[in-house]
Design a protein around this ligand. Structure first.
Ligand code: RAM
Length: 523
């Protein structure tokens, strides 16, 4: 089952990829056995309409024989990323045929209860984790070749139909991660229980995403995205402190760029490192911000000097989108991520991301002693900031506006605060107004909520930041999160940007930052 692939690669000179490969981490492994048998039942009061109920002990599997038409669901007690090992044996008679079973792995109860065949989202069905396996020899112990991400495992028997029945002397998962849990400092005693739980879940989220790169989600997309990396790296600096993994990811992005030199939005590791063709305006700029954060945390001068030219190039490329006024052109030819919101106009938030990252690039230019580039960035910063104030600030309404229709969104205000376009006092007032007026185009993902919380803290509104964390990540906890989710709309709990809640990732990189906030600002 281990595919060798038939694609031929031409080995070209990739010094940064080579450096990244020299930083490939070894994964720590630990065995986890299931906690109990459960059933998933319809319950209108439960998250997404599915409740989990105890249905027996794991020990029962050693004696209760299973055959055609039987099934059970195992609960591993917490979110797991790893490799499943099954020991199978027979009772009543020896096996006179292979055993054929369907296995379905799920992070959430919905994956145990809803039929995957009904899936009609716009990402491939193959992300959903189900398989049919035939096991030829019993008794026997089998480790499945693919890595799975799950808390629940449903086992359905297609055979045996005749002479014998199957029992399970042992079932376990070998969980894998590159995170070293011994590095995570205990929180001070004074931290209240709700925040402790939030921190624990956030740390576990990051841990399960830390593999040979910082994955966005270990179920989906299982790859390195720079928007996610930036937030994972921030959380990592105050938890696992794995600087080399951030470094590895930065060197991958630096080498595997798009043809025009832009840093791509995501890269693949296998069968050998390669860039994707997706370009996102804000994501390419975040290379500079991620390098800035990495340098601040690690003081790695060599990486700074090697990667600084790539960061600077992202600024130059991004400035090409400015019109003669110094405002980013807003037309259908570009894609900027910002948040998963269909109606969100990205012009103002992208202008703010440009300013935010230029400020960090300026500091890097000064650090490496590149006076010419520093003075160029300073001049450009004046232009883009003045233009933002003149053309995007609506003084009558007291909000930044975006696009031809002058849209007022949460994202535009939050990013303008983070870019510090207004002074500290006016930033605070802007956010107070935002929370009171509550414009319709709200944050949709934990990624955007992260930036809202960061903006509130920056503007001196720590209490309000905490309120947002408790209302958002806290509500996810009350809805049963073992790890924090990719998408969460408390007003629409089946919400998915991909047309189905089944395909959402329920352990997602960009959702891990409560640990960063709690450890940096609230302890
Ligand atoms: C999705 C993933 C990923 C994110 C991109 C923009 O595919 O959730 O985390 O960075 O979108």
């Amino acid at each position: 089952m281990h595919g060798t692939g038939s694609v031929k690669f031409v080995k070209t000179f990739h010094p940064f990829v080579d450096k990244a490969e020299s930083l490939l981490p070894r994964l720590a492994e630990h065995p986890v056995t299931p906690a109990r048998l459960v059933e998933v039942v319809a319950d209108p009061n439960a998250f997404q309409g599915w409740a989990v109920q105890e249905a027996g002990t794991v020990e029962e599997l050693q004696t209760r024989g299973f055959g055609k038409g039987d099934s059970f669901i195992l609960d591993f007690g917490d979110h797991q990323v790893g490799y499943l090992t099954l020991s199978l044996d027979t009772i009543e008679a020896r096996a006179d045929s292979p055993v054929r079973m369907k296995l379905t792995f799920g992070e959430m109860p919905c994956e145990m209860a809803e039929d995957f065949e009904g899936y009609d989202g716009w990402l491939d069905r193959s992300w959903l984790q189900d398989e049919i396996f035939n096991f030829d020899v019993l008794p026997g112990t089998y480790t499945l070749p693919r890595r799975y991400t799950f808390r629940y495992l449903k086992v359905e028997f297609i055979t045996p139909a005749r002479k014998y029945k199957v029992v399970f002397p042992d079932i376990r998962v070998t969980a894998v991660t590159s995170a070293d849990v011994s590095q995570v400092a205990a929180l001070p005693e004074s931290i209240p229980e709700e925040l402790r739980d939030m921190d624990r879940i956030a740390v576990k989220t990051l841990q399960d995403c830390m593999q040979t790169v910082f994955e966005d989600g270990p179920k989906r997309d299982r790859r390195l995205w720079i928007g996610d990396l930036r937030l994972q790296a921030l959380t990592n600096y105050c938890t696992f402190r794995n600087y080399d993994l951030v470094k590895r990811c930065l060197y991958l992005f630096a080498d595997l760029r798009l043809e025009n030199g832009a840093v791509g939005a995501c890269v693949y590791e296998k069968p050998e490192p390669a860039g994707d063709d997706i370009y996102l305006y804000d994501y390419s700029l975040f290379f500079a911000a991620t390098l800035y954060d990495y340098y601040r945390a690690s003081k790695d001068e060599e990486a700074l000097r090697e990667l600084w030219p790539v960061a600077y190039e992202q600024i130059l490329l991004s400035l090409e989108r400015l019109d003669e006024r110094g405002i980013l052109k807003d037309d259908p030819s570009w894609w900027c991520f910002t948040d998963w919101h269909d109606k969100l106009n990205k012009q103002a938030s992208a202008q703010a991301v440009l300013i935010y990252t230029m400020k960090r690039a300026l500091s890097l230019a000064e650090r490496v002693g590149d006076a010419g580039k520093a003075s160029f960035i300073r001049r450009q910063l004046k232009i883009v900031t003045a233009a933002a104030l003149e053309y995007l600030w609506d003084s009558e309404r007291g909000f930044f506006v975006s696009g031809a229709d002058g849209q007022i969104s949460w994202a535009s205000q939050v990013w303008m605060v983070l870019a510090e376009v207004l002074d500290a006092e006016r930033n605070g007032e802007l956010l107070d107004r935002l929370l009171t007026v509550n414009p319709e185009i709200r944050p949709k993902t934990p990624y955007m909520y992260h930036h809202l919380v960061e903006a509130l803290i920056l503007a001196g509104r720590k209490e309000k930041a905490l309120e947002q964390m408790k209302a958002y990540w806290g509500e996810m906890m009350r809805d049963g999160a073992d790890t924090f989710w990719e998408v969460y709309d408390p007003a629409d709990k089946n919400n998915s940007p991909y047309g189905s809640n089944l395909i959402n990732s329920y352990c997602h990189a960009w959702s891990c930052t409560p640990a960063y906030f709690i450890r940096t600002y609230f302890s």
